[in-house]
Design a protein around this ligand. Structure first.
Ligand SMILES: *[C@@H]1O[C@H](CO)[C@@H](O)[C@H](O)[C@H]1NC(C)=O
Ligand SMILES: *[C@@H]1O[C@H](CO)[C@@H](O)[C@H](O)[C@H]1NC(C)=O
Ligand SMILES: *[C@@H]1O[C@H](CO)[C@@H](O)[C@H](O)[C@H]1NC(C)=O
Ligand SMILES: *[C@@H]1O[C@H](CO)[C@@H](O)[C@H](O)[C@H]1NC(C)=O
Ligand SMILES: *[C@@H]1O[C@H](CO)[C@@H](O)[C@H](O)[C@H]1NC(C)=O
Ligand SMILES: *[C@@H]1O[C@H](CO)[C@@H](O)[C@H](O)[C@H]1NC(C)=O
Length: 370
């Protein structure tokens, strides 16, 4: 009888606990990164600075929002699907003033890098953005923002303990800028350790401030991105793999991801009570290309983009998505890639589900819950 009572009590306490009930696992989402995560910071920052900003124009945003929101996509991004899944509001951009940031805020900016712009200049890499929005800058914004929700070390820790941090992807733009300076693939790879170190140090700073769940997303398969396929097209068939991707360029993302996963393991050892997650963008894109129909990408040419101005991949450097006269396909969900650089909402949805419950995150965000 006593045992039965104990059992009953355990059951009750279990049901009042987030791990057993459908109670919200996280109180807030804090997001950092570049155009794979920006939900509107860039368009606010460049307003009145750039003569024409494609991200402010349809068909960006045509799916779901029906209007441009500053996302580099036809619709929602991975961070949006994760927020909706966790019953949290879409994560508001830090630079959209007047929003309530208690359930999260997004510091990601289109074009952002892991390394500071000074670092690139010191290495004679000059084809870089006008404004530094790199990791250290985004962490600075986070510091400023913090005082609006917590003022003591302990109260911040208490808040962040229940928050989901998504930190990245970072690195993709760093490598793009090094490549565009005419550097070889092996020179590009020599930047991987410093990119990873910078990412790891930043994650560590968030963990020290109280984060207990942090996703570190990896890079995409560099050589499968239509802009890369266009810029670095080769007449030598042996430069391409069976999926039509540029083999040697893929090694950049691949190598970055191996080093990032090593960093995740090191962080996990140092912070055993935290949940440090590798979020995979590489494997899902490869799976989409291998088996497009299985994921609903039925347009018949998996490397071809939905919104672009012609050419073998429909990516045209002088007529890109969002420019006047450039139109989108009528059925974006049947495409993997949206504009030559970014994925479609449909692709992001599948990746987000894979991060939440597997197989595209290690461990999945929801493992241990429900
Ligand atoms: C969240 O994702 C999980 C795993 O994919 C799914 O079972 C659940 O129905 C989703 N919930 C919402 C509200 O989207
Ligand atoms: C950058 O370029 C300057 C001028 O050409 C040269 O003196 C310097 O050594 C270069 N620095 C690096 C890191 O390549
Ligand atoms: C933290 O302190 C600042 C400055 O004193 C104040 O403006 C802010 O409201 C405080 N934040 C919280 C969450 O109490
Ligand atoms: C790693 O980065 C930190 C700052 O982010 C720097 O202090 C440290 O020297 C770097 N270490 C290596 C090995 O690059
Ligand atoms: C194509 O690339 C392969 C492997 O890099 C090389 O061995 C071969 O000579 C190249 N062919 C031509 C025609 O350049
Ligand atoms: C790319 O766009 C330019 C400018 O609109 C156009 O002249 C050119 O024909 C396009 N290229 C292709 C391959 O469609």
């Amino acid at each position: 009888m006593e045992q039965l009572l104990l059992c009953f009590l355990l059951l009750i306490s279990c049901f009042s606990h987030a791990y057993c009930t459908k109670e919200q696992p996280y109180n807030a989402i804090f997001s950092f990164g570049n155009s794979y995560a920006d939900t509107g910071n860039y368009i606010t920052l460049v307003k009145g600075v750039l003569p024409y900003d494609v991200f402010e124009h349809l068909p960006y945003g045509m799916t779901y929002f029906g209007q441009p929101t500053g996302r580099g996509c036809d619709g929602r991004l991975v961070v949006d699907f994760i927020a909706q899944n966790l019953s949290l509001p879409l994560v508001p951009p830090y630079f959209s003033k007047g929003q309530d940031y208690h359930k999260g805020v997004n510091f990601a900016v289109i074009g952002s890098t892991a390394l500071s712009l000074d670092y690139f200049r010191q290495h004679n890499i000059t084809n870089i953005p006008g404004t530094d929005t790199s990791i250290s800058v985004q962490l600075g914004w986070f510091d400023q923002f913090k005082t609006s929700i917590c003022n003591t070390t302990d109260s911040c820790k208490d808040y962040f303990r229940k928050s989901l941090f998504i930190f990245g992807e970072f690195g993709g733009n760093d490598y793009t800028f090094v490549l565009s300076a005419g550097k070889s693939i092996s020179e590009v790879k020599s930047y991987v350790p410093v990119v990873i170190n910078t990412t790891k140090e930043a994650a560590e700073s968030l963990l020290e401030q109280g984060a207990t769940t942090i996703v570190l997303p990896g890079n995409l398969p560099t050589g499968c991105i239509p802009i890369m396929l266009t810029l670095y097209a080769s007449t030598n068939k042996s430069d391409y793999d069976l999926l039509g991707c540029l083999k040697h360029y893929n090694t950049i993302g691949y190598y970055h991801n191996i080093k990032l996963r090593e960093a995740v393991v090191q962080l996990q050892l140092k912070y055993p009570k935290a949940k440090i997650i590798y979020g995979d963008y590489y494997e899902p894109v490869i799976n989409f290309l291998k088996n497009p129909e299985k994921f609903g990408f039925t347009n018949g040419a998996p490397l071809k983009i939905c919104c672009g101005g012609g050419g073998p991949y429909n990516y045209n450097l002088t007529a890109t998505c969002g420019q006047p006269g450039v139109s989108a396909c009528s059925n974006p969900s049947t495409y993997i890639n949206w504009d030559g650089i970014h994925l479609t909402e449909a692709a992001y949805r599948t990746i987000a589900t894979g991060w939440l419950k597997g197989p595209y995150a290690h461990p999945p965000i929801l493992s241990g819950f429900y």
